[in-house]
Design a binder for this molecule. Structure first.
Ligand code: NAD
Ligand code: DAU
Length: 356
């Protein structure tokens, strides 16, 4: 069995990926995660007795720790999810985004380069460094613009997007300069189980369930291209197995919706599940709040390259994926309770002016 070092595997997408790949027994996984506010060991609870999932709490920027993990476990691939990921937090406090997404990625690359250079030739040739990035590096589209392709010039607008763009450039440079066998994926907005409820969809579901305001930024007409998280994880598995070294792949859901369309869809699902709730119809909770500074108007991904070259296509429709997601949050009150403790309430207070 192959061995992979996964970074950020206790976060939303990372934990979905680790669960999916362990289910398929695709590889032994060494999971390095700092367990910031966004990292959650409860996400990995079902792997508690799995001898082929080894969790290590730690920072990707800790060169000695990363070098030791690489030397001890001799991975065949590194799959790099770890990042600060929330745009609004990057506006309040950009520094941690530079520390983790830029400096952390740089230090990780340095440690991996040293390890990779010392591998015997066959293992060296087969090694892969898969870097997980975002569509936000491409900037914002106008209503009639064609979707982003892999050759769209980078034009990041938030500190988060700029930090991810910097990381992408470093990863690419390590291929061009040192020959490190890298792959980059740029994905659109994910949703699904285990997403921390600072992000739009789980925030709206949980606020709706609790009869709280549903804060929509600006006019609610910003467009995102939504992808169910397990579809993203399957795409990553394929890119790792079959992607062309040095290439980048766009991943998306072919599912452009305005924020108002998404929140209204969530409200309809909550009305169906809880028709007699005091807050039904839930759309009455929608509340327009001041816009996010530098708020990108529209994202859309052209995914023809990954469809054509690797045969991947999203499986889940938005209707089925969103229904599953709402059901998951309804069915996991303990998970919700654990993540919406003190620090989370403080974030709501700082950002929206309401804590509970
Ligand atoms: P997340 O915030 O849910 O999880 C990030 C994880 O990284 C957490 O477990 C956290 O503890 C860990 N982490 C943070 N700093 C670390 C450090 N210095 N060292 C080790 N671990 C650290 O993020 P997510 O939504 O799962 O996103 C995962 C990756 O996918 C990110 O790189 C993000 O930029 C990218 N991405 C996310 C989306 C999306 O819609 N969520 C879309 C495209 C790309
Ligand atoms: O596009 C991929 C990106 O998607 C990832 O790289 C990021 O890590 C991920 O956080 C996400 O970024 P967005 O900024 O698009 O996601 P967010 O869930 O924060 O917001 C989605 C949309 O909803 C966006 O237009 C802002 C809006 N929004 C968000 C929140 C939290 C609101 O209207 N109200 C809110 O309270």
């Amino acid at each position: 069995m192959a061995t992979w070092l996964v970074t950020g595997g206790a976060g939303f997408i990372g934990s979905n990926f680790v669960l999916q790949q362990r289910q398929a027994q695709a590889a032994r996984i060494i999971n390095l995660d700092k367990l910031t506010y966004a990292g959650n060991l409860n996400n990995l609870a079902e792997l508690r007795h799995d001898p082929d999932h080894i969790f290590q709490q730690g920072d990707i920027g800790d060169r000695e720790l990363v070098a030791r993990l690489l030397a001890d476990y001799q991975p065949d691939a590194v799959i790099h999810f770890a990042a600060e990921s929330h745009v609004d937090r990057s506006i309040h406090r950009p520094e941690t985004f530079i520390e983790t997404n830029v400096v952390g990625t740089f230090r990780l690359l340095e440690a991996v380069r040293g390890y990779w250079a010392g591998l015997e030739p066959a293992k060296r040739a087969a090694f892969r460094f898969l870097h997980i990035s975002t569509d936000e590096v491409y900037g914002s589209l106008g209503p009639e613009d064609p979707a982003f392709t892999e050759t769209t010039p980078y034009a990041p607008n938030s500190p988060y997007a700029a930090s991810k763009a910097a990381a992408d450039h470093l990863v690419r440079a390590y291929h061009e300069t040192y020959g490190l066998p890298i792959l980059i994926t740029n994905c659109s907005n994910n949703y699904g189980p285990l997403q921390f409820p600072e992000k739009f969809i789980p925030l709206m579901i949980l606020n709706g369930l609790q009869g709280k305001k549903l804060p929509v930024y600006g006019d609610g007409q910003n467009i995102r291209d939504w992808l169910y998280v397990t579809d993203h994880c399957e795409a990553l598995g394929l890119v790792l197995a079959k992607g062309t070294v040095g290439a980048s792949y766009n991943i998306g859901g072919r599912c452009e919706l305005t924020n108002l369309e998404v929140v209204n869809h969530i409200c309809r699902l909550l009305d169906e599940l809880f028709p007699t709730a005091a807050s039904a119809p839930h759309s009455g909770l929608i509340s327009f709040v001041p816009d996010r500074p530098g708020h990108d108007r529209r994202y859309a991904m052209n995914i023809s390259k990954i469809e054509r070259e690797l045969g991947w296509t999203p499986k889940e429709s938005f209707a089925s994926g969103l229904a599953k997601t709402v059901r998951w949050y309804v069915d996991h009150p303990q998970w919700v309770e654990a993540v919406t403790s003190g620090a989370y309430r403080q974030w709501l207070q700082t950002h929206y002016g309401f804590g509970s």
